[in-house]
Design a protein around this ligand. Structure first.
Ligand code: AMP
Length: 401
C-alpha cells in the first residue's frame, strides 16, 4: 500500500516536519518552522530539490501547521496537489510514562493519557499535544500515530529503573527512571543488528546518542535494560548545557548557601551547566575542540569531563550486560567527532574495545565499523534517523488501520 506520511515534531516554539513516500522511505519534503509566537517567525524547507524560506508572522501552532500544509500544497512549490494526499501523520511525543511501551494510534483516550503525563515533561508534552490537536483538526479523517521517546525503555527491569527512595513515591507518584531518545536508540540498534548480521533478539549493544542532549543505553537481546537519562532528560552524561549526574544534595546546598530558588537551580542545571558551564565558552563540541587546540583551559577541562563520563557509563553498561556485541556512536557528536570517540574509549582495550584509529578518522556521518579486526567487541558509527523510524511505525499502524 502506497502512502504519504507526514512526520511532525512539535516543540514549544518550533515545528519540525518531514514528508515521506512510504513504503519506499523517500523523503519528499522536510522543514523547520521556528520562533512560533515570537517576532521573526520563519519556515525553512526543502520540497523536492527546491529550498525555500517563508518569513511570516506565526502567532501559534495552529497557524504554524496550517502554514506548513499551505506551503506543501502551493503549486508554485511543486509539492502536493492537495492536503488529502497525506495518508497518515506520525507525531513525536516525549513522555509516555509507563502507559506506553510502543507506538500507538491516537484516539481520545491516548490524548488524555499524554495530557496526564504532562507533569513529567512540562516543557515537552504540552507542545507535542498541541501539534496532535491541530493536525487532527486539519486532517480529521487521517490516522494519527504517537511515537514516544520513553517507550523503548519500558523494558527496563525494576532494579535499573527504580531510585532508592521510598517505594510509595514510585508506586503513587510514578517517580522512576524513564529514559529518553528511545526512538534514536531503537533505530541505531536495529541498524547495528543488521550490520552485524545478527538477529536483534540475539544482540547485546551499548548505544551512545551524543548530540546536544546525550544519553547511553544498554540493550540486551534487542530490549533496553538500562539508560542514563532518568525521570527527566537531565540525568546521566554531560550534555551541551545540562549537568548530567550530580549529587542530589547539591540542590539543597545551593538553596542554603546561595539562596537560590527552585527555578534558578533548575535553570542553572539545565541551561547553564554541561559543556557550556564547564568551559565558560560554548555548548558546541566543534567550538570546544577548536578552542582546546589553541590551549583554552575551559575547553580542555570541559571535553575531558565530557569524555570521561561517557567512558564511565560504557564501563558500567559493559558490566551490566556481561556480553557486548557492539558499541554504537550516533547523533551530532557521535557521528562526526573521531576525537571524542577516541577519548571516550581511552584505555578501554582490556574491556574489549579496540578502536582502529585510521578507520575512526574516516567515519564521519556514515555507517562504519571502526574497531580493529581483532577487537572482541565491534565499534560502530551509525547516523541516527528518528524521523524515518516514526514514518515506518506510522506506516505500519496506518496500513493496519
Ligand atoms: P544533534 O543534537 O544531534 O544535532 O548534535 C548537535 C551537536 O553535534 C552540536 O552541539 C555539535 O557540538 C556536535 N557536532 C556537529 N558536528 C560536529 C563535528 N563535525 N564535530 C564535532 N561535533 C559536532
Amino acid at each position: 500500500m502506497s502512502l504519504k506520511v507526514l512526520v511532525v515534531n512539535s516543540g514549544s516554539s518550533s515545528i519540525k516536519f518531514e514528508l515521506y513516500q512510504m513504503p519506499e522511505e523517500k523523503v519528499e519534503a522536510r522543514g523547520l518552522l521556528q520562533r512560533i509566537g515570537e517576532p521573526g517567525s520563519e519556515l525553512k524547507c526543502r520540497i523536492g530539490n527546491e529550498e525555500l524560506v517563508v518569513a511570516r508572522s506565526v502567532p501559534d501552532h495552529a497557524v504554524g501547521l496550517k502554514l506548513i500544509m499551505d506551503t506543501l500544497t502551493d503549486s508554485a512549490n511543486g509539492g502536493l496537489k492537495d492536503i488529502s494526499e497525506i495518508g497518515a501523520v506520525g507525531h513525536r511525543v516525549v513522555h509516555g510514562g509507563s502507559a506506553f511501551s510502543e507506538t500507538v494510534l491516537i484516539d481520545d483516550e491516548v490524548l488524555k493519557a499524554i495530557e496526564e503525563r504532562s507533569a513529567l515533561a512540562p516543557l515537552h508534552n504540552p507542545p507535542n499535544l498541541l501539534g496532535i490537536e491541530v493536525a487532527r483538526q486539519l486532517l480529521p479523517n487521517v490516522p494519527q500515530v504517537a511515537v514516544f521517546d520513553t517507550a523503548f525503555h519500558q523494558t527496563m527491569p525494576d532494579y535499573a529503573y527504580a531510585y532508592a527512595i521510598p517505594w510509595e513515591l514510585n508506586e503513587q507518584d510514578h517517580i522512576r527512571r524513564y529514559g529518553f531518545h528511545g526512538t534514536s536508540h531503537r533505530y541505531v540498534a536495529a541498524r547495528a543488528a543488521r550490520l552485524l548480521g545478527r538477529l536483534p533478539s540475539e544482540t547485546n549493544l551499548i548505544t551512545c546518542h551524543l548530540g546536544n542532549g546525550c544519553s547511553i543505553t544498554a540493550i540486551r537481546r534487542g530490549a533496553s535494560v538500562d539508560t542514563s537519562m532518568g525521570l527527566t532528560p537531565l540525568e546521566g552524561l554531560v550534555m551541551g548545557t545540562r549537568s548530567g549526574d550530580i549529587d542530589p544534595a547539591l540542590f539543597t546546598h545551593l538553596a542554603r548557601t546561595k539562596g537560590l530558588g527552585v527555578k534558578e537551580i533548575d535553570t542553572l542545571l539545565n541551561k547553564k551547566s554541561g559543556l557550556l558551564g564547564l568551559s565558560g565558552l560554548s555548548n558546541d563540541v566543534r567550538t570546544l575542540l577548536a578552542a582546546s587546540k589553541e590551549g583554552h583551559g575551559g575547553a580542555v577541562r570541559a571535553l575531558a569531563i565530557y569524555a570521561y563520563r561517557i567512558k564511565k557509563y560504557i564501563g558500567a553498561y559493559t558490566a551490566a550486560l556481561g556480553t557486548v556485541h557492539a558499541l554504537v556512536f550516533t547523533a551530532g557528536v557521535g557521528e562526526n567527532s573521531p576525537a571524542i570517540r577516541e577519548r571516550s574509549l581511552d584505555q578501554m582495550a582490556p574491556l574489549g574495545y579496540r578502536l582502529d584509529k585510521a578507520k575512526n578518522e574516516q567515519a564521519v556521518r556514515r555507517e562504519m565499523d571502526i574497531a580493529e579486526a581483532s577487537s572482541p567487541i565491534r565499534i560502530l558509527v551509525i547516523p541516527t534517523n528518528e524521523e524515518l523510524l516514526i514514518a515506518q511505525d506510522t506506516y505500519r499502524l496506518a496500513a493496519k488501520a
